[in-house]
Design a protein around this ligand. Structure first.
Ligand SMILES: [Zn+2]
Length: 120
């Protein structure tokens, strides 16, 4: 089975990774003190990663307003889901908003707009 993750959590960890990468890149710039141009390039790249991360965080905020809050039938906790199928953020139980898909094998393809079943 593929390691599915709740979409919002996945984007959030991506944004967190970007901040981390940004700081690491800026940190490497310190090793090039003798080459100011290289150092500046590292600093700018690091800064870009951090800016990208804030953009991603902003995007999460936008997505969260569209996300549907549901109570997970498996663990009873509230979780936010995106699209027609998503995973519980706590126990990774596959969740669906579409009764047609209930009981079917979890497939992220159901989220795609060009999927045959979503064309109605
Ligand atoms: Zn759950």
């Amino acid at each position: 089975m593929k390691p599915y993750k709740n979409k919002i959590n996945r984007i959030r960890s991506f944004a967190l990774a970007l901040i981390f990468i940004g700081f690491v890149v800026m940190y490497f710039g310190i090793f090039f003190k003798q080459h100011p141009i290289v150092m500046i390039i590292f600093m700018v790249l690091g800064l870009l990663c951090i800016i990208a991360s804030t953009v991603v965080y902003f995007w999460i905020g936008m997505l969260s307003t569209k996300a549907v809050q549901v109570v997970c039938p498996n663990c009873g906790k509230e979780t936010k889901m995106l699209g027609r199928v998503d995973m519980c953020g706590h126990c990774r139980e596959p969740l669906t908003l579409d009764p047609e898909l209930e009981g079917k094998e979890f497939d992220e393809a159901y989220n795609r707009k060009n999927h045959a079943q979503t064309e109605k």
